[in-house]
Design a protein around this ligand. Structure first.
Ligand SMILES: [Zn+2]
Length: 125
């Protein structure tokens, strides 16, 4: 799917269409049901770390911009495209997602990543 609109000017029609397309896909495939209709905001400020209403997300994406390198929408129902994903990796990924869900509001994202890695090491070794 062409997602080059992410790099277009935010006042262009194509960018606006892209945002609507993103919202539609995210609502259909993402875990918005889990957040009672809300979802992660992929704008340059929220970085998928905040869970907001669709209207707020639309506003952020139109005013602030879409995260440039976020072209595989893994936080919105898309799988990471790699050939080497094993069952074990999937389990680890969902574990990290659960931890993120529980703690994202309490701890800074960086601390969280370190924490996730520590837990990950615990699992592997
Ligand atoms: Zn945002």
């Amino acid at each position: 799917m062409d997602r080059s609109w992410i790099n277009l000017s935010r006042i262009s029609d194509d960018y606006e269409r892209g945002v609507e397309e993103f919202i539609e896909i995210a609502q259909r495939h993402g875990d918005s049901a889990k957040y009672r209709g809300k979802m992660r905001c992929p704008c340059v400020n929220c970085l998928n770390g905040r869970i907001l209403d669709v209207d707020e997300i639309r506003e952020h994406l139109l005013c602030d911009g879409f995260l440039k390198n976020y072209t595989t929408w893994i936080w919105h129902g898309e799988l990471v495209e790699t050939q080497t994903v094993t069952e074990e990796h999937r389990v680890v990924k969902s574990t990290i997602e659960d931890i993120l869900d529980d703690m994202i509001y309490d701890v800074g994202v960086q601390t969280l990543i370190i924490l996730s890695l520590v837990l990950l090491m615990d699992k592997v070794y």
